[in-house]
Design a protein around this ligand. Sequence first.
Ligand SMILES: NC(=O)C1=CN([C@@H]2O[C@H](COP(=O)(O)OP(=O)(O)OC[C@H]3O[C@@H](n4cnc5c(N)ncnc54)[C@H](OP(=O)(O)O)[C@@H]3O)[C@@H](O)[C@H]2O)C=CC1
Ligand SMILES: O=C([O-])CC(=O)C(=O)O
Length: 258
Amino acid sequence: MKIGVIGAGAIANFLFEKINEQQQENLRINSVFVRNKEKYKHLESKYAVNLYTELDEFLDSDIDIVVEAANITTVECLLPTILKKKDAIVISIGAFADSTLLAEVSNLISEYKNNVYLSSGAIGGLDLLQNAHALGTVDKVTLTTRKPAKTLIEKEITSERVVFEGKAVDAIKLFPRNMNVSIVLSLAGLGIDFTNVRLIADPHIDKNIHQIEIVGDFGEATFTITNNPLPENPRTSYLAAMSILGTLKRINYNFKIG
Ligand SMILES: NC(=O)C1=CN([C@@H]2O[C@H](COP(=O)(O)OP(=O)(O)OC[C@H]3O[C@@H](n4cnc5c(N)ncnc54)[C@H](OP(=O)(O)O)[C@@H]3O)[C@@H](O)[C@H]2O)C=CC1
Ligand SMILES: O=C([O-])CC(=O)C(=O)O
């Protein structure tokens, strides 16, 4: 599968290294869409990719699928155009908190028959949540996220602080670079207005910890994911980058699990 990546930050560099440098069977990144070619010029020789700043040229290049590794605004601006030509994997899931975009994307999927894959990112358990809610009988979903304090607030603190408590719909507005996980969890389950979120700045940790609690007719489930950060961007978990690689591998394989 030939891949085009949008963005060239921490997640994108993980993918360049693991896919192009270390090589993965049947996967190859050919094209990278950036805002500033000069800034990222070194990538062309390092990973044998072509850089693009024009979206149509990027989409018409030698790629089968687009991987977004940029931010929410980029998804809002580019995804509708992408879906007219290519499948897409999205990691900045927060974009789908906008119901207008969600409806537009649903219409484009029907019309152009391209697929959108929402990576599970820095969490897991989305298969269980979707199964448990297949009859609409999950009652409660709560996400408690703890991140190193310095990645959430500028001021130094000595004890933990709850920086957000409420619904996913508001969490993503206030923390668009930290709460994408709350939106994928919402889409798999009760929706953005009914998924409970707590975000805690913790000065005593150096990992991104997501705790998920699900209650419904099936019973109860709790998961804790203790994520190592990506060195290039400690706000982003290593698993978020891995989840894109996992999605790419699963698309390629006809023996589907879960
Ligand atoms: N679902 C999940 O669990 C998670 C999701 N995320 C999402 O992934 C995104 C990427 O994370 P990460 O790699 O750590 O972030 P980085 O800040 O390291 O990299 C972001 C990259 O996107 C580029 N970019 C921004 N806007 C555009 C654009 N319009 N067109 C092309 N490139 C663009 C930036 O380029 P430039 O130099 O031009 O600014 C930069 O190279 C985050 O913003 C977040 O939305 C992150 C962590 C977890
Ligand atoms: O990487 C993480 O732990 C989660 C994150 O930033 C997000 O969901 O936006």
